[in-house]
Design a protein around this ligand. Structure first.
Ligand SMILES: [Zn+2]
Ligand SMILES: [Zn+2]
Length: 279
């Protein structure tokens, strides 16, 4: 069975729907990995609104959202994810680095209202009885998310609260989602190497270039060149550059894409609404 990967939002930091972001897109992080009638959703940035609108038309009444972490660009779309606003749907939202910090449910309860940042409490925008916020510990293997899928996880290097990388193994395909994470130049992240070993597709936090990186140390992100180095070292087949800097407008991204593809033929640059069929 074919595994379809759809990029609903590829930007990092904040949405940027301008004339200079039309080609590569301006929505923040959301990727759907689907096979048959089943899917896993990675992150809930602004792209998840479009995902949800299609989801309610074609899916059975359940959805699983795996969060890399809870920075705004990865969660801000959840309240406008149609399944979570629809009674009768069962929605699971999972995160891997908050078990000792109050849990992912508390993060959402605090982020939303009633209050100055959002008018409605959680219980007003989702079906309380069918939505669950669940915590696991990055490093665990998750086997109860979707029939036939094994999801391995690993901790990433991203500020004090960290982030979680995912490796989805399903239908003979391996898709990895590695964002947000900062590398140490000259010292490949062994957790990431282990996670992406022999993967068919690695979606990687390529916010910056190696040239920009020295001025971005401590910002929590990596470069497209590091993505290439990691994929080659781990024998991964393809690399999707992801979580683009909003300051990288289309003309910059086109030059980056040319350079990256000349560096390694396995590279592609993710764009909003790009769809890949694997297998
Ligand atoms: Zn981010
Ligand atoms: Zn982040």
């Amino acid at each position: 069975m074919t595994v379809n990967v759809k990029f609903w939002g590829v930007r990092g930091h904040m949405p940027c729907p301008t004339q200079e972001h039309i080609v590569y897109g301006g929505n923040t992080s959301c990727v759907e990995v689907a096979w048959g009638d089943t899917a896993l959703i990675l992150d809930a940035g602004t792209g998840i609104r479009f995902c949800g609108n299609e989801y309610v038309r074609r899916r059975s009444q359940s959805a699983v959202v795996l969060l890399s972490h809870c920075h705004w660009d990865h969660i801000i779309g959840l309240s406008f994810f149609a399944p979570i606003q629809t009674h009768g749907w069962k929605v699971r939202v999972l995160a891997g680095q908050l078990a000792d910090k109050g849990g992912v449910g508390a993060v959402f309860a605090n982020a939303y209202g009633p209050g100055p940042t959002y008018p409605h409490p959680l219980k007003n925008w989702y079906a309380t009885e069918t939505t669950s916020f669940e915590d696991f510990r990055a490093g665990e293997v998750l086997t109860d998310l979707a029939p036939g899928a094994v999801v391995r996880t690993t901790p990433l290097n991203h500020h004090a609260d960290g982030a979680t990388g995912y490796r989805i193994e399903v239908e003979g395909q391996v898709i990895c989602y590695v964002t947000d994470t900062e590398h140490v130049p000259g010292s490949p992240d062994q957790n990431v190497l282990d996670l992406i070993r022999d993967a068919d597709l690695v979606i990687y936090n390529a916010t910056y270039t190696d040239e920009e990186f020295p001025s971005k140390v401590g910002w929590g992100h990596s470069t497209w060149q590091e993505g290439v180095r990691l994929c080659k070292a781990a024998n991964a087949k393809r690399l999707a550059l992801f979580h683009h800097d909003p300051n990288h407008e289309d003309s910059f991204m086109a030059r980056l894409e040319d350079e990256a593809r000349q560096t390694w033929e396995g590279v592609l640059v993710a764009r909003d609404n790009m769809a890949l069929a694997l297998g």
